[in-house]
Design a protein. Structure first.
Lengths: 302, 294
């Protein structure tokens, strides 16, 4: 009897063990191609860049050697501190503008709108047109002889000498416009997720609509607002297309400096040091998010 | 008894029912939709400009886009390939986007399956890498990848472009497919296997058809990202010129109307695909109502 049972177990066990082994290996097998791709072409390059920023390169042969030359960081940050501050101010202004402009719309889609999918698609429509073409269209529209300024001047709303291109306003406006979908989507995800029964409960407890909004909706939307801030501010701070097309010589952003150093001046250590600063900015933002709002939720907003 | 109850005026169930709140239409009832409408119009301004001005006449020897309307013409559509270099750049972009989309759709779907189905060592790190990849400024992605290729002495061209495009598309596909997968009932696969299907068959016959809309949405996003990409491509393109790179190079000297023609073509194709996906999704929902909705 016992032997019989044992024989049975013996017959059953191998496939079970085999299955368990297969189960523990399969996530790695499934994930491996993408993980390897991201590891080799995303994580390792970031590490390489960190090492490039402390290397010294021969200015003629462009051969670089690891010399642990950390001076590049204070040097380049000191030299471009104005540009850094300007980039942060422009990106901050654009992010705040995008948040303020997008919040009522996402609130409306999440709480009132009937055809949610249609309006979400509408939010994404700018993505179907190339980023560069959108910015070029704004460039033509905002030109001194363009439609918008001509109309305003004919109505005598702005003085004859008024212009928009090459001003901070144009660059901030371009940034805010181009990153709006990145602001709107996390906001929508957070608002959509709010349990409607909480609103009813607050009304049952005699909250006015305003109190329900400030005490229920806003606190619950904070993770989304922060995610939207992160996903707009960080890319906007590193952007150089808007500043290059819509801006002028006194609206230079750090992205333009990095791009020039990398592609035209071949000053790799300085360019790497400058982009590391941008990367650190992003990591600090993510770490702050994880600290205050929990690391679990951050992936849900992308 | 009942008379007594009525005498002491114990409220009946009907009286206890919540008093319907006064439905006064507040200012937000009209202002929110109106504001949202204005917002969507604002989003569409440069797009409408592109579409309308792709039909604008130009009498200049070197036709350029200006905001002065000079009359309707379909000339630029007939001569879409009339600018040297632009057509080649456009074809290169399409080819690159197609290959990058297929590759990142496969890699991203597999990773999404691993992330949703299994708990494994390194899962948390993988998720953080995905988020960093999406949140990282594009210039950092491009610059670091260029630094990497320089260190390896890898010449820049189509291969490096493809590597870069798959690198920034994979995370988006993974997240889109994962969203679709997390609403998927693993019992369905179990049921298929109970009915004698092996894991391979149950994947092809049950799982894949159910998550296919998610893969399609992810692939669409990847295609849009790839064909639109400028910053990363600018770093790793070498002497290859994609459509956005060509346009950027032409901005300050003046862009020919054909750029708006090709932009309109991409826009229309994307819109048709997205609307089709939306309609199909709506139809599928109607045919198979979700349990919590029914």
């Amino acid at each position: 009897m016992e032997q019989h049972v044992r024989a049975d177990l013996h017959g059953v066990e191998p496939p079970r063990r085999h299955r368990r082994l297969g189960r523990s290996a399969s996530p790695y097998l499934l994930g491996a191609p993408a993980i390897v791709w991201l590891g080799v072409f995303f994580v390792i390059p970031l590490v390489t860049m960190l090492s490039l920023s402390i290397q010294t390169c021969d200015s003629i042969t462009l051969a670089c050697k690891l010399t642990w030359h950390f001076a590049e960081f204070p040097n380049s940050i000191g030299q471009y501190s104005d540009t850094f501050v300007r980039s942060l101010v422009y990106a901050g202004a654009a992010t705040v503008a995008a948040l303020v402009v997008a919040f009522p719309v996402t609130y409306w889609i999440a709480f009132r709108a009937k055809r949610k999918n249609f309006f979400l698609l509408m939010l994404l429509v700018p993505f179907f047109v190339s980023f560069v073409i959108r910015t070029t269209a704004w460039y033509t529209l905002l030109a001194d002889q363009g439609t918008i300024l001509n109309t305003l001047k004919n109505l005598h709303l702005v003085p004859e000498s008024f212009h928009l291109l090459a001003t901070p306003l144009a660059v901030i406006g371009g940034l805010a416009y181009n990153y709006l979908p990145f602001t709107a989507l996390p906001l929508y995800v957070a608002l959509e997720r709010i349990d409607r029964r909480l609103m009813e409960a607050s009304h049952d407890l005699y909250a006015t609509r305003r109190v329900a909004f400030t005490h229920v909706v806003l606190p619950l939307a904070i993770p989304g607002i922060f995610a939207a801030f992160l996903l707009t501010f960080v890319p906007a701070a590193g952007d150089y297309v808007n500043a290059a097309i819509l801006g002028g010589t006194n609206t230079v952003m750090i992205g333009q400096v990095i791009q020039k150093k990398f592609l035209e001046a071949s000053d790799y250590p300085a360019a790497s040091a400058l982009s590391m600063v941008l990367l650190v900015l992003m990591l600090v933002g993510i770490a702050a998010y994880a600290k205050f709002l929990g690391s679990r939720t951050i992936e849900e907003y992308v | 008894m009942s008379a007594l109850a009525q005498d002491t005026s114990i409220p009946s169930a009907k009286d206890l029912a919540p008093v319907p709140r006064e439905r006064r239409r507040r200012w937000t009832y009209y202002s929110l939709p109106v504001y949202s409408g204005a917002f969507f119009l604002y989003l569409l301004i440069p797009i409408a400009f592109m579409v309308v001005y792709s039909f604008n006449q130009s009498r200049a020897a070197l036709p350029q886009v200006t905001s002065r309307w000079q009359g309707f013409t379909t000339q630029w559509y007939r001569q879409w390939n009339g600018v040297p270099g632009l057509g080649d750049a456009f074809i290169l972009s399409i080819k690159l986007a197609l290959i990058a989309t297929v590759l990142s759709a496969i890699l991203g779907t597999l990773l999404a399956l691993a992330l949703v189905r299994y708990r494994f060592r390194g899962k948390g790190v993988t998720e953080q890498v995905l988020f960093s990849n999406i949140a990282a400024p594009e210039i950092v992605l491009g610059a670091s990848l260029l630094g990497f290729f320089i260190t390896l002495n890898q010449p820049r061209g189509f291969t490096t472009l493809l590597i870069a495009h798959v690198m920034f598309c994979v995370a988006y596909v993974t997240i889109t497919v994962r969203a679709r997968l997390s609403g998927f009932d693993p019992m369905l696969e179990q049921a298929a296997q109970d009915l004698g299907a092996n894991p391979w068959v149950s994947f092809w016959k049950v799982t894949l058809p159910l998550i296919f809309p998610g893969i399609l949405a992810g692939a669409l996003l990847a295609f849009a990202l790839s064909i639109d990409d400028f910053v990363t491509s600018n770093f790793v393109a070498g002497s290859s010129v994609t459509f956005p790179l060509w346009v950027y190079g032409a901005v300050k000297v003046g862009i020919p109307p054909q750029v708006f023609v090709l932009g309109t073509a991409i826009f229309s194709a994307g819109l048709v695909l997205a609307v089709t996906a939306l309609v199909l999704q709506g139809r599928a929902k109607k045919a198979r109502p979700e349990p919590e909705e029914g």
